[in-house]
Design a protein around this ligand. Structure first.
Ligand SMILES: Cc1cc2nc3c(=O)[nH]c(=O)nc-3n(C[C@H](O)[C@H](O)[C@H](O)COP(=O)(O)OP(=O)(O)OC[C@H]3O[C@@H](n4cnc5c(N)ncnc54)[C@H](O)[C@@H]3O)c2cc1C
Ligand SMILES: NC(=O)c1ccc[n+]([C@@H]2O[C@H](COP(=O)([O-])OP(=O)(O)OC[C@H]3O[C@@H](n4cnc5c(N)ncnc54)[C@H](O)[C@@H]3O)[C@@H](O)[C@H]2O)c1
Length: 577
């Protein structure tokens, strides 16, 4: 038996003895018979014949054989950096972006350090995705238990639902602590060096870290990745006291439940918190500067979201007005919000409420990084990068060995986008060119029901079609036609597909309905893999599942005649073969 080993990025070689169930492998990197073999610790070895399941190990390198493919990775984690540098990779910021990059770096055998100035996990774990989803888990259940009509339809009777505020807050805090521990342990287990302090770029390939203003330790790095994230953006004129006027950082602690809260900004944070607060008994008033609520969503989905998530709840709103001045409650006076016309700046109204949550976006946290020393000028604080996340200097040229990922570059302020950008950068450092297709990155808003999306909105797709001269079509399916959704008595919802009828290319998918955040991945994976509607419309989905909403969606797309004519379902092909 013979096996072909294709090795990439050979740097230095470690001895490695391979044993697979059907034999072992011997030879150099190009072509090998079974027996002992030498591989680079950065090598990826593909075995052309199915070896069954087995493993190889030597000097901290283990490889697993499965389905004819042998992957080799560093088991004990950190590799050995070339002599002239302390590390192959130094990451500044241990949020989800930095964490994703660090794990992938050690997997590639790169000696890696991560510098954190606060606590591991960053925004997502400590002040973002994780605690907010814990609160939303409670709001979802409270909402269901309070919905008599819904429960009656299922034949269920329950007494009055109630909650203990401190226990809900503890649930969110405990979850953040647990996930923070998991992240820390995963890096320690693989041997990532976790360094404590505020990091900055002292010069190309040199990083300093230590207490802010006293960065007294210096390390050298072949590559530096900036992953310093973001903080809440508070517009000027708004005074945050952390008690009655606060940002998501404070709100997630759930220190109290105001009877009436104004939420300034109807983006992701505003919408998710409106779900939490209304389920826990608050009345909500949205203040949104743009002309409609949820301006970032596909307009049709936004309209439906308003019908399902806003109108039936104790929520009212002011749109097309700017919250210009907000004064915290003081001396028995409530919180005061001055609303102005965004164009004329004329005062439109003064709101008096118990509390105000400021959810007006996030600012990159990039001050003090020392980028100006290497001729990099941030744009509104965001670090300019190219499609490979390479930092650009003031002339638009990539700075060698310097990358920026996650919220700090502002390309897509989502946890999984930060992590995916980190992995993409490590792939490049390991010598494999990689460009993340941001159009394939899904997003979700975890309201009840959820909203999810990938790719373009309908107006964006139509604008692109007009510019590039292609036709855009739209298909839709309703959750009302889905057996599983109806069994759950959760028929409210819509899935929308935006596509090119000439090529079958998927331009965007938007879902509002039960478990929309999980359902979107069939569409996002299809876009990432470059699959067209023709490729996936014959895929089989289990019945009865919510996934059939997407099955119906892809099946209902109408492709142009010439394209439809060449369609052949895969299963028909394989039967014929
Ligand atoms: C309320 C809320 C809910 C969210 N929910 C979701 C969600 O459900 N799904 C989702 O995908 N996204 C969500 N996000 C967005 C998500 O949290 C961010 O996109 C993500 O955390 C960005 O990751 P990052 O690694 O770029 O930065 P961060 O997570 O902000 O981490 C950056 C880290 O760098 C550290 N740091 C900064 N400067 C330095 C320095 N100079 N030296 C050393 N360390 C430094 C910081 O202390 C921090 O730990 C939410 C955000 C908020 C606020
Ligand atoms: N589930 C998730 O994935 C999730 C959840 C929360 C946050 N996030 C991320 O966090 C980031 C920040 O979220 P966000 O909701 O704060 O920002 P956002 O950009 O989504 O929404 C901010 C809204 O505030 C409005 N606004 C700004 N200034 C205003 C003012 N003075 N008066 C009235 N309205 C004003 C804007 O028009 C906009 O609609 C987002 O980019 C998002 O990606 C993601």
């Amino acid at each position: 038996m013979e096996a072909t080993l294709s090795c990439e990025n050979l740097t230095h070689t470690v001895g490695c003895v391979g044993k697979a169930r059907l034999g072992s492998v011997r030879g150099g990197c190009k072509k090998a018979a079974f027996g002992a073999y030498n591989v680079s610790w950065k090598a990826r070895i593909s075995v052309t014949r199915d070896l069954g399941v087995g493993s190889v190990s030597s000097r901290g390198v283990v490889g697993k054989v499965a389905n004819g493919e042998l992957r080799v990775r560093a088991a004990s984690g950190n590799g050995v950096a070339p002599k002239e540098f302390d590390y192959d990779v130094v990451i500044i910021g241990a949020g989800v972006g930095g964490h994703g990059a660090a794990l992938h770096a050690v997997e590639k055998g790169l000696k890696t350090a991560i510098i954190e100035g606060d606590v591991v996990g960053g925004t997502c774990v400590n002040r973002g995705c994780v605690p907010s989803k814990a609160l939303l888990a409670v709001s979802g259940r409270m909402r269901e238990l309070q919905d008599e009509h819904h429960l009656k339809a299922l034949g269920i009777q329950v007494g009055a639902a109630n909650y203990d505020r401190q226990s809900v807050a503890d649930h969110a805090n405990n979850l953040a602590t647990k996930i923070r521990g998991n992240l820390t342990n995963s890096m320690k287990a693989l041997g990532v060096d976790i360094l404590t302090g505020f990091g900055s770029v002292a010069a190309p390939q040199i990083v300093k870290y230590g207490r802010i203003g006293f960065s007294d330790k210096t390390i050298t790095a072949r590559n530096i990745i900036i992953a310093t994230g973001s903080v809440p953006f508070v517009p000027p004129g708004i005074e945050v006291d952390g008690k009655t006027v606060f940002t998501s950082d404070h709100a997630l602690k759930l220190e109290w439940i105001p009877d009436w809260i104004a939420i300034v900004g109807s983006g992701y944070i505003g919408l998710e918190f409106s779900d939490v607060y209304t389920a826990l008994g608050s009345e909500v008033t949205f203040v949104e500067a743009l002309d409609g609520l949820m301006p970032g969503f596909d307009p049709e989905i936004g309209k439906l979201a308003q019908r399902i998530l806003i109108n039936p709840r104790k929520i009212d709103y002011h749109v097309g007005v700017l919250a210009k001045k907000i004064t915290p409650a003081k001396d028995g006076k409530p919180v005061q919000i001055e609303l102005v016309d965004p164009k004329t700046k004329e005062t439109k109204d003064i709101l008096e409420v118990d509390a105000a949550l400021i959810a007006t976006g996030r600012s990159p946290f990039t001050k003090g990084l020392g980028l100006e020393k290497i001729n990099v000028i941030t744009q509104r604080g965001f670090v300019p990068v190219d499609e490979r996340m390479q930092v650009l200097d003031s002339e638009g040229k990539p700075v060698p060995h310097l990358y920026c990922i996650g919220d700090a570059n502002g390309k897509m302020m989502l946890a999984h986008a930060a992590s995916a950008q980190g992995i993409s950068v490590i792939e490049q450092i390991a010598g494999r060119d990689n460009i993340l297709n941001h159009n394939s990155v899904p997003a979700a808003c975890f309201t009840h029901p959820e909203i999810s999306m990938v790719g373009l909105t309908e107006p964006q797709a139509r604008a692109l079609g007009e510019k590039e001269g292609f036709k855009v079509s739209v298909a839709k399916t309703s959750f009302k036609a889905n057996t599983k959704a109806l069994a759950e008595n959760e028929g409210d919802g819509l899935a929308k597909l935006i596509y090119r009828p000439d090529s079958g290319e998927i331009l965007g998918v938007h879902i509002l309905g039960l478990h929309a955040a999980d359902l979107i991945h069939e569409a996002s994976n299809a876009i990432a893999m470059g699959n067209t509607i023709k490729d996936i419309k014959f895929a089989v989905h289990a019945h009865p599942t919510l996934s059939e909403v997407l099955d119906e969606l892809f099946k209902s797309a109408k492709l142009d005649e010439h394209h439809a004519a060449v369609e052949t379902p895969n299963q028909v092909k394989s039967v014929a073969a």
